[in-house]
Design a binder for this molecule. Structure first.
Ligand SMILES: Cc1ncc(COP(=O)(O)O)c(C=O)c1O
Length: 369
């Protein structure tokens, strides 16, 4: 079986982990946390990094730090992971969805302005699968209407938009370090920002909002979302190799695209736009309408032939848990619905070899022949 993901942990990971064990620093109090926060934040050109337990937690903290609450509206893509919407809904705010762009698979930014109302508090951008959202028009809109920008860069380590790091655009931006990401800490995430107040609030929210003066007296409800020194050890070792990893993924994407270019029944990922080159967080394929089959069928056949795959995201407006809350009644987003029905990704992990890409490509061609 060629798995859909396998991380590469053959740098300094073992050494740094051993050091944690030998020194006894295994909790969030250890020195790696601050080091990782500082180095990662610097890498994405931000003043503050707040390490948390996962990328979902990072989004939760970001939404809460901005004070988003009952009655506020947040404009966001329907085609994303459930992580993006959880805290918006829990807090009583209203998620307002936009459809996707059929070429980049990112949110269709031309739909944002029409969704802005006096209640809109923020635009949440989510960079999808390897290409960033076209940020300049979004930032201009946000500025003109006085809105916050939340940037979910969970999949975008090492990616740039017009030469500037992804993760440097939001009032507050977030990352995930799950093992399918360009760099991993096992489980982990980070909030980054240049805003001192948001950084302080995020630190508080991560740590139960303990107060320095009166530790067990709380003015606000937080969570325990602290990353451990062990995870940060992995993060530091991985961060040393980020450029190499990005290059590796770009080579993988190029190899897949060369091998699969003859296929007429699928849309391959765009190699570049005028603002970024793809970093192929995953190598996605979207079946053409004429192919006459759904992704589910293709994924089953790939699995039978030993090739791992995953479906594309199920759009937020199609989620039973959200529909049951009365959200998105009668709303339709045809591009996102098509991506869900016809999209899937094939093995894309950092440890994937050239031989495995050749093999996986051949099986994809056989299955789609
Ligand atoms: C865009 C996006 N946001 C948030 C997350 C959540 O990250 P985590 O799995 O670390 O909670 C993911 C995970 O893949 C993601 O792709």
């Amino acid at each position: 079986m060629i798995p859909v993901n396998e991380p590469l942990l053959d740098g300094k990971e073992k050494d740094y982990l051993l050091e944690c064990i030998e020194t006894g620093w295994i909790s969030s109090e250890g020195p790696n946390i601050q080091k990782f926060e500082k180095e990662f934040a610097t890498r994405v050109n931000r003043q503050h990094g707040i390490a948390v337990t996962n990328g979902t937690a990072a989004v939760d903290v970001a939404v809460d730090a901005l004070g988003i609450g009952e009655g506020d509206e947040v404009i966001m893509p329907t085609f994303t992971i459930i992580s993006c919407i959880g805290q918006i809904v829990r807090t009583g705010a209203v998620p307002v969805l936009v459809d996707s762009d059929a070429e980049t698979w990112n949110m269709d930014i031309s739909q944002i302005e029409a969704k802005i109302t006096p209640r809109t508090k923020a635009i949440m951008v989510v960079h999808i699968y390897g290409l960033p959202v076209n940020m300049d028009p979004v930032l201009e809109l946000a500025k003109r209407h006085g809105l916050f920008v939340i940037e979910d860069a969970a999949q975008m380590h090492g990616q740039t938009y017009r030469g500037k790091a992804c993760g440097s655009f939001g009032d507050i931006s977030t990352f995930s370090f799950y093992p399918n990401k360009h760099i991993t800490t096992g489980e982990g995430g980070m909030v980054v920002t240049n805003n001192d107040q948001l950084a302080g609030d995020s630190r508080g929210l991560r740590n139960l909002c303990f107060q320095p003066a009166k530790r067990f007296v709380h003015e606000r409800l937080g969570w325990n979302l602290r990353m451990t020194n062990l995870q940060a050890a992995l993060g530091l070792a991985q961060l040393e190799r980020l450029d190499e990893f990005v290059q590796r993924k770009r080579n993988m994407g190029k190899q897949y695209s060369e091998r699969l270019s003859e296929l007429t029944s699928v849309q391959l990922p765009l190699a570049k736009t005028d603002y970024a080159d793809n970093i192929y967080w995953v190598y996605g394929l979207v079946l053409n309408d004429e192919s006459g089959i759904d992704a589910e069928v293709v994924m089953k056949r790939l699995g039978e032939k030993g090739i791992g795959s995953r479906p594309f995201f199920c759009p937020m407006h199609m989620q039973p848990v959200l529909q049951n809350l009365g959200l998105f009644k009668g709303e339709q987003y045809p591009v996102a619905e098509r991506l869900y029905r016809q999209g899937f990704y094939i093995p894309s992990g950092m440890a994937l070899t050239e031989e495995q890409i050749d093999e996986a490509s051949q099986v994809v061609k056989d299955v789609l022949a």
